[in-house]
Design a protein around this ligand. Structure first.
Ligand SMILES: [Zn+2]
Length: 114
């Protein structure tokens, strides 16, 4: 298997990195079941013609409160309060793996599955 040559870090070093691609050396100690995450929300209001979208990095389990049409509560346009306001979310399946290294450092990593 070909592996890209990213900088190699221990788990404790990798935990300090804010972003970027690295190789982490460790053992997978647990693997979650599959779950859904949201990577983007788009909204549209036919009353005031507002449209917009927002990317989530990292992805989220739930939309932000003002865009949350998943909980059964009615959402309204945040400009004109119209209930014709619609929101759609882009979902991905994900799993979380926990990696542990020889120094007993551990971290959780979320993987998006296509
Ligand atoms: Zn509106």
């Amino acid at each position: 298997m070909a592996v890209a040559a990213y900088p190699r870090y221990s788990v404790s070093e990798a935990k300090k990195i804010k972003s970027g691609q690295v190789t982490v050396t460790g053992i997978i100690s647990s693997l979650s079941t599959q779950y859904w995450v949201i990577s983007n929300s788009k909204w549209e209001c036919p009353s005031c013609n507002q449209v917009g979208s927002q990317n989530y990095i990292p992805s989220r389990m739930f939309p932000p409160k003002h865009l949350d049409n998943t909980s059964g509560t009615e959402i309204k346009c945040f400009d004109c309060s119209s209930t014709a306001f619609t929101v759609s979310h882009e979902y991905h399946t994900a799993k979380t793996i926990q990696v542990i290294d020889a120094g007993n450092n551990h971290m959780k990593i979320t993987i998006h599955l296509k």
